[in-house]
Design a protein around this ligand. Structure first.
Ligand SMILES: Cc1ncc(COP(=O)(O)O)c(C=O)c1O
Length: 445
């Protein structure tokens, strides 16, 4: 038996692999992580694994865990919901959840719940197609909108006709996907290029059902929109009768309860939400939008279905999350952003101390670090080499007791404390020294 197999974590992984493909439920799994950590306890910002090792959790389950682990008020609300009625179609929990969301999110005149981001994005496309009577949609390179065949990966080979096609080496490509659905349904453009957008709309604007974008491109490295880009996109969509969809799966709640749309002052027609809206304990996604569009669901012109849609525990979780975070003018979120800012400064300072070029960019609730001299300006800069360096840092972090997302995100939570910040500083110092050495060995100093 190898040394590795002697840990409880490794032994458990071996057992799991007999019945669970790869021992994981998720194939985009952290690329560096041969054996995933299995956790047995979570308190605040800390997690404990099966071997008793403690970690600072800045990964927060892809950003969903915004309240931190074992948040008392949140757990009380979930317990109350569980004890009252667990599985029926309609309860008294919906109105609170939906009214709170509508009160904060500018585009949310009406809202429907689903379970995952992937499925709610498909409903958004369906609604936009029904509303416009058009089929094609535009999305942008390096954005992510779920793992359905028609919306993930692909590359444009002819800029004159920017339809995405499969290509070998696309890590989102993989086998088994339906052929041509991307090419038949969509266009794919680089993001943040207003001139290109203008000329694209000139040619194709009247054929589009909708444009889909993350308002801050978190999946492409937490890149903020270029000045005027989203405003111009909004105007072009209105001009050409195209539905504008903001995918706020990550930016929703984390950038403020009104999402990035409120912070940036650009209001889409439809918004997709998920992850942090339900506080991280249970899955809920949401489609929010203008009454006129959402009315297509009311008239049943467009189908939106799902066994568990609007389940009581999920609605209670959304209501509790918005209640906790809205209190005192979003005081908890402001405090979380402040601490995230401190964390960011520490990371940059500690990287500089060991001579590792590193920047942190993006709004404080959804920031990413990059082993780069300068912040990235467009998602195309988040290339293989940069991603590899960022992963080396993430690996070193994990070895020293800090969990961050494989794609270099730093997700704070509402319980992040001064003590956590101190622990981060100590661990980051050790981890970054080690990361710098590995990066120099692989890429040259
Ligand atoms: C912006 C964005 N949209 C959609 C999704 C898909 O959500 P889900 O994983 O719940 O299907 C994700 C997931 O990471 C995301 O980041």
């Amino acid at each position: 038996m190898t040394q590795a197999l002697q840990t409880a974590n490794h032994q458990y992984h071996e057992r799991l692999k007999q019945v669970l493909p790869g021992g994981v439920h998720y194939n985009f799994n952290m690329p560096w992580e041969e054996v995933p950590l299995h956790f047995v306890d979570g308190r605040g910002s800390r997690l404990t694994d099966m071997d008793g090792n403690e970690y600072l959790d800045l990964y927060a389950r892809f950003g969903a865990m915004i309240l931190g682990h074992a948040h008392e008020e949140y757990l009380d609300a979930l317990q109350d919901a569980v004890r009252r009625v667990l599985c029926v179609s309609h309860t008294d929990a919906d109105a609170d959840a939906l009214e709170l969301m509508a009160a904060h999110i500018p585009s949310a005149e009406m809202i429907r719940f689903g379970l995952s981001g992937t499925e709610i994005l498909q409903t958004a496309l369906r609604l936009a197609r029904a509303y416009t009577g058009r089929n094609r949609f535009l999305r942008f390179e390096n954005h992510y909108h779920g793992n359905a065949d028609n919306i993930m990966g692909g590359r444009v080979t002819d800029p004159q006709n920017p339809v995405p096609v499969d290509f070998k080496g696309d890590y989102k490509g993989t086998a088994g996907r339906a052929t041509n659905v991307m090419a038949d349904q969509s266009y794919l453009l680089p993001w943040n290029d207003t001139e290109l957008l203008e000329s694209f709309f000139g040619e194709h604007g009247d054929t589009l059902a909708c444009v889909l974008t993350e308002p801050v491109c978190v999946n492409g490295g937490s890149i903020e929109p270029a000045p005027g880009f989203l405003e111009r996109l909004r105007a072009l969509c209105t001009e050409h009768g195209v539905v504008l969809i903001f995918d706020e799966m990550i930016t929703g709640v984390r950038t403020g309860l009104g999402g990035a749309q409120k912070a940036l002052g650009v209001i889409p027609d439809l918004t997709t939400l998920g992850k942090a809206i339900s506080g991280g304990g249970v899955p809920v996604s949401a489609l929010a939008g203008r009454r006129e569009l959402m009315a297509l669901l009311e008239s049943k012109k467009v189908i939106h279905a799902g066994t568990y849609n609007g389940y009581p525990l999920g609605a209670a979780a959304v209501a509790a999350t918005f209640t906790i975070l809205a209190r005192d003018d979003e005081a908890v979120l402001h405090a979380m952003h402040r601490r995230a800012g401190q964390l960011r400064s520490t990371l940059v300072e500690e990287a500089a101390r060991v001579g590792l070029p590193l920047v942190v960019q993006g709004p404080p609730g959804v920031a990413s670090y990059h082993c780069s001299e300068e912040p990235l300006e467009h998602p195309g800069q988040y290339d293989f080499d940069l991603m590899s360096k960022d992963i080396i840092v993430a690996t070193a972090f994990q070895r020293h007791g800090v969990l961050v997302s494989s794609i270099s995100r730093l997700y704070p939570n509402a319980q992040l404390s001064d003590d956590d910040l101190e622990v981060f500083e100590t661990r980051a110092r050790r981890a970054l020294g080690e990361a710098k050495q590995s990066i120099d060995e692989i890429f040259g100093s």
